[in-house]
Design a protein around this ligand. Structure first.
Ligand code: LER
Ligand code: MN
Length: 266
């Protein structure tokens, strides 16, 4: 398994310097914001070529959500994600992380009752994913569908929710992002859920129990990483976390070391 990171405020702004700093910190690759990929495409492409540090995935950076309540916003999300996929293809990247929606509605917070039925949610998601699956096939990329915890999304919370959609739609190019922070809240046992979803896990997000850097909280990463190893997962573990402690860069580097050591031991 290889390590990637999203952008951080303490990384250099310049893309080439950013990728070089990422490598020095112990990462193998970068997960980029989708709008930055598009807006600074030539810069990103050149930086990847010059540093040989790959951009492997995109996350965010598009309008609306694929499961948006608003039809026009869903259309924008699908359209923007397709454009991001086309740019990812041009730099040989793998795909984009896509939740059903993020922060649009939670059934655990007032007003508790969403404006759409579960059946309608499902129909809308299948429709968006059908369009995205075609675009992903054409570009040789993947949609990494991401279940989020109950407070951040009401449609897809567990890995099995994403599996069920992928199986119903028979989507060849839709896989799952297994995010340890969300799994820690939603999965009864992270390692069992990983094993059950083994055919579909294509990407992983890492953060500790409190959404800060791995190693700082109380999440047991070793059992989850062991399950990933057992199922033959050889993809990226992308750090998606805030950083607690100073200096941030050093604390972050320690966290990379912590995960690398765990990977050696499992
Ligand atoms: C949000 O909590 C999250 O995990 C992101 O990856 C959203 O795509
Ligand atoms: Mn995530």
């Amino acid at each position: 398994m290889k390590l990637a990171t999203q952008d951080k405020s303490f990384f250099p702004q310049n893309m080439k310097e950013k990728l070089e700093a990422i490598r020095l910190m112990g990462f193998d690759a970068f997960e980029i914001d989708g709008s930055r990929l598009i807006n600074e495409f030539q810069d990103v492409k050149k930086a990847v070529q010059e540093t040989a540090v790959p951009v492997v995935t995109a996350c965010g950076g598009y309008r609306g959500w694929i499961g948006d309540f608003d039809k026009e916003k869903r259309k924008s999300a699908v359209q923007d994600i397709i454009s991001i996929l086309c740019h990812l293809e041009r730099i040989g990247a793998q795909g984009i992380v896509v939740p059903a929606a993020w922060g649009m509605f939670s059934k655990r917070l007032p007003p508790l009752i969403p404006p759409r039925s579960e059946e309608q949610d499902r129909a809308v998601l299948l429709d968006s994913l059908d369009k995205l699956n075609e675009a992903a096939k054409e570009t040789g990329t993947y949609i990494y569908l991401e279940p989020l915890n109950r407070y951040e999304d009401h449609m897809l919370n567990r890995l099995e929710d994403a599996v069920s959609l992928i199986e119903e739609g028979r989507f060849s190019n839709v896989k799952i992002t297994a995010d340890f922070f969300h799994m820690n809240i939603e999965e009864p046992k992270i390692e069992d859920s990983i094993r059950k979803a083994k055919k579909y896990i294509g990407h992983v997000h890492l953060a500790d129990s409190h959404r800060y850097q791995p190693g700082d909280g109380h999440l047991d990463f070793s059992s989850g990483l062991k399950a990933l190893k057992e199922i033959g997962y050889t993809g990226y573990l992308a750090f998606e976390c805030r950083v607690l402690g100073v200096p941030e860069l050093e604390v972050y580097r320690q966290s990379v070391k912590y995960i690398r050591e765990l990977l050696q031991r499992i």
